[in-house]
Write a protein that binds this ligand. Structure first.
Ligand code: PMP
Length: 361
């Protein structure tokens, strides 16, 4: 069996060590005589797994004690609604920076439930940059200020966080969580779908400052209330048990095999620089994002010729480099190089691109 180099934007590659460990433990987890998938979430064995997952996440991300960690379902997309339902309860307004499709979706969902205010947008240049922000345009009474930290489709990321003063900063970190250290104390809420850097789809992680878990808007369903999950250790109902177990294995890999998030950042920078340096020197391939805002995780690029793009994607797939086609709304190519993509994978892709350029010049 040979594994492909998978550049999917998510779900995406998992570390091979994690998959092997999960395979080893598939039929009999730790002498329990069952798979983690078959276990009651109320069992002692399972409680130890979720507790360890939370404690590793707290350790690896250096999460302060005044934050709650919630293991939820419904994807990052459900957070687009849970945030206004639970947080937009004082002034009923929230500020948004529109930096791509996911930020726009969070904004539109909020509009259904609260007053959503657009502070800035990079739509004028197809979201190829992060707008400069002027704090005097922020709503001082907003209940929260929302950003999408890494824009999966367009390949941009924030280099500086907006100064929102006392207004809680809320960030969608679906496509950058665990890719580098992040100062959790600067945020009111961080949330992420797990299917890029944390584990399989089906798990959504929410890290929320405890004082923000108040009472939701009247009529908010129980399952969409942060308080429900916080008061029940993410076990009000059945949590995504297997996804949490894989997340635990991924966190063990980050801590023990990689050596933590500083090391992960260095590794991710080496990987991204390999590809960006090539894009900057190539006469055929060009990156599409303003250099200052380049993502470490998602790298879009084009040849400028749609037929050549299609030929590249097809030949790359045949050579074992899969899922390089750009998002349907952007075209061209995109290489998502999340934590689990090995350095050799990026090097091999760059070699393949050089070869393609030489043959098609
Ligand atoms: N936000 C970002 C930044 C994403 O990349 C994605 C998924 N690609 C989402 C939100 C939506 O996540 P989900 O599919 O988990 O709802």
């Amino acid at each position: 069996m040979s594994r492909v180099m998978n550049f999917s934007a998510g779900p995406s590659m998992l570390p091979e060590a994690v998959l092997k460990k999960a395979a080893d433990e598939m039929l009999d987890y730790n002498g329990s005589g069952q798979s983690v998938m078959e276990m009651s979430h109320r069992s002692k064995t399972y409680q130890a797994i979720i507790d360890e997952c939370e404690s590793l996440l707290r350790e690896v991300m250096n999460i302060p004690d005044n934050y709650e960690v919630l293991f939820l379902q419904g994807g990052a997309s459900t957070q687009f609604a849970m945030l206004p339902l639970n947080l937009a309860t004082k002034s009923g307004s929230a500020d948004f920076v529109l930096t791509g499709q996911w930020a726009k979706k969070a904004f539109s969902e909020c509009k259904k439930l609260a007053n959503a205010h657009e502070v800035a947008s990079s739509a004028d240049k197809t979201f190829t940059y992060i707008p400069e922000l002027d704090p005097s345009t922020f709503d001082k009474n907003a209940d929260y200020f929302h950003i999408c930290m890494n824009n999966t489709i367009y390949g941009t990321k924030y280099v500086e966080l907006p100064d929102t003063g006392d207004v809680p900063l809320v960030a969608d970190v679906s496509s950058c969580i665990l890719s580098e250290p992040i100062d959790v104390s600067k945020f009111g809420v961080l949330y992420a779908g797990a299917q890029k850097n944390m584990g399989p789809a089906g798990l959504t992680v929410v890290i929320i400052r405890k004082d923000l878990i108040g009472e939701p808007k009247e009529g908010t369903p129980t399952m969409l209330t942060y308080k429900t999950h916080a008061e029940n250790g993410s076990m009000y109902n059945t949590p995504p048990t297997y996804a949490i177990y894989i997340c635990k294995l991924v966190l063990e890999w980050i801590k023990n095999d990689i050596g933590g998030l500083e090391k992960m950042k260095e590794r991710n920078e080496r990987k991204a620089n390999m590809l960006y340096d090539f894009l900057d020197s190539s006469k055929m391939f060009k990156g599409t994002v303003e250099k200052k805002y380049r993502s470490l995780m998602n790298i879009p690029f084009v040849t400028g010729n749609e037929e050549l793009d299609a030929k590249f994607v097809k030949e790359a797939a045949a050579a074992g480099f899969v899922n390089l086609k750009g998002h349907r709304t952007v075209g061209g190519m995109r290489a998502s190089i999340y934590n689990a993509m090995p350095e050799e994978g990026v090097k091999a892709l760059v070699d393949f691109m050089k070869d393609f350029e030489a043959k098609n010049a």
